[in-house]
Design a protein around this ligand. Structure first.
Ligand SMILES: *Cc1c(COP(=O)(O)O)cnc(C)c1O
Length: 229
């Protein structure tokens, strides 16, 4: 067994244990393997161990891996900051985008996706930590963005994503994740049908699952420590 397949097994066991504690069905929680900085061979190992969905943060790096691993039929999620000059490449090559925080970016993605393809699945990134984080729309501006986005063609708004500030305080982590869930529930009461909460990473996936995460985005616990060039 390779390190990556053993790590994947351990992460799946953590997800199952947290789901059980939360009284939730484990099938309702998807594992997204976050593979930024790792070469295609490591992703191939993860795919051989049964992993289907991969998350990438940088457009050029992601496209190179999508190309290198095109034989595997994997599902690609874009989870990093997105600039308007990269929207076409993302709309053409990814199935999901988790990190939308401006309507202008969503409009460009919708136009580039076109009507011939299945809708691009998207989440709005919300800044649930206030000053401590720079990315994401503020909770107060989320409803306006969600309604604007839901009206666009070629995109399907699935839910909300957050990256709370890192903390060892389980209670604080749960509070941030609960805030994202409350925001999603409020939008659903306003008539949207959002089924996705993309929240929880290697160090806090248990807290996220206890608060309703439907996609956990896990990098280092699967692939090991990242080294940035
Ligand atoms: C890198 C990254 C992750 C994974 O983080 P780990 O701590 O390595 O699990 C998840 N989500 C986003 C948006 C990331 O950039």
């Amino acid at each position: 067994m390779t390190t990556i397949s053993a790590n994947l097994q351990a992460v799946r066991a953590r997800i199952a244990a947290a789901a059980e504690l939360a009284g939730r069905a484990v099938e309702d929680i998807r594992l997204l393997a976050v593979s930024k900085t790792f070469p295609p061979e490591r992703l191939r190992e993860a795919a051989e161990a049964g992993q289907r969905a991969f998350g990438e943060n940088y457009v050029q790096e992601g496209l190179a891996k999508i190309d290198a691993l095109g034989d595997l039929g994997l599902e690609w999620h874009f989870i990093g900051p997105l600039q308007s000059n990269k929207t076409r490449q993302v709309a053409e090559h990814f199935a999901w985008v988790h990190s939308i925080d401006r309507l202008k970016i969503a409009e460009r993605l919708a136009e580039a996706r076109g009507a011939e393809r299945p809708a691009l699945q998207v989440c709005i990134q919300v800044n649930v930590s206030g000053e401590a984080s720079k990315s994401g729309v503020s909770p107060g501006d989320t409803a306006a963005l969600a309604h604007g986005l839901a009206a666009l063609p070629n995109l399907r708004l699935r839910g909300l994503m957050a990256i709370p500030e890192p903390t060892d305080d389980m209670a604080l982590a749960r509070q941030r994740f609960a805030a994202l869930r409350a925001l999603r529930d409020a939008l659903n009461r306003e008539g949207l049908a959002l089924d996705t909460l993309s929240m929880g990473m290697s160090h806090d996936l248990e807290a996220a699952i206890l608060e309703g995460a439907t996609i956990v985005r896990v990098g280092s616990a699967i692939f090991g420590e990242r080294h940035y060039a």
